[in-house]
Ligand binder design. Structure first.
Ligand code: GRF
Length: 223
């Protein structure tokens, strides 16, 4: 067997199929991806509800967006806890209190430790503004794409593991790089794709169409 062959017989379904997935969103900043999920849920475009929003920053605009949508939201600043473990334990308690099925990292800056990853094994997804594994592990993926002169970039939704930006890829959307792009224009075009990618990932997971095997995922055809 080739070293690249995947043993799909031992593939894992992250969650049983559902028409009412309960999402917990972690965000550190402006929260436009959170907003895309709130809007998609309100429009009935995803079989899911955002039931809890947590941030590591008291001043995150994402918290305001959650409050406006009537979603329970709270800040868990690292400085308020004696350790990262204690901070993550508080976040896990908050997510469990709201019976979260799937955790979505939508611009959440801190790296996750084992506390959250073990509590939500195979049930944490992240969105990153590049075609991973290119330009992973950085907060400047769009600038790095320009600097390297790539012609195509995009965004990636992937499952989160302890390997930063390295977990199994669920889906990617591409964006062409224009010769006159600045970091801002490129980031804006990628962001528009992110706002499509995250709801699409939620639909696939809720439908039970995503299998994880090792470092890969398989997307099952629509029934
Ligand atoms: C997005 O570009 C996302 O890919 C990255 O952080 C940014 C968050 O944007 N992880 P927003 O806070 O959702 O507007």
């Amino acid at each position: 067997m080739s070293v690249l062959a995947t043993n799909w017989t031992s593939a894992t379904l992250p969650l049983p199929p559902t028409d009412s997935l309960r999402l917990g969103v972690l965000a550190s900043g402006r929260g436009t991806n959170l907003q895309a999920l709130l809007d998609s849920a309100a429009a009935g475009d995803i079989p899911a509800t955002v039931v809890a929003v947590a941030s590591n920053r008291q001043d995150a605009q994402a918290l305001e967006r959650a409050h406006r949508a009537g979603v329970p939201a709270d800040a868990f600043a690292r400085a308020s806890f004696s350790s990262r473990t204690a901070q993550e334990e508080a976040i896990v308690a908050f997510l469990r209190e709201h019976e979260v099925d799937l955790v979505v990292l939508a611009g959440y800056v801190p790296l996750l430790g084992p506390t959250i990853l073990e509590a939500y094994r195979n049930r944490v997804v992240n969105i990153h503004p590049s075609l991973l594994p290119a330009f992973g592990g950085t907060l400047h993926a769009q600038a790095d794409a320009l600097r390297h002169g790539v012609k195509v970039t995009g965004c990636t939704v992937h499952f989160v593991t302890s390997d930063v930006d390295g977990g199994p890829i669920l889906l990617q959307r591409t964006v062409s790089v224009h010769e006159d792009d600045t970091e801002e224009t490129l980031a804006a075009r990628i962001l528009a794709e992110e706002h499509q990618a995250l709801p699409e990932a939620i639909r696939l997971i809720a439908a039970g169409r995503v299998l994880i095997a090792g470092s890969r995922t398989r997307i099952l055809p629509a029934p």
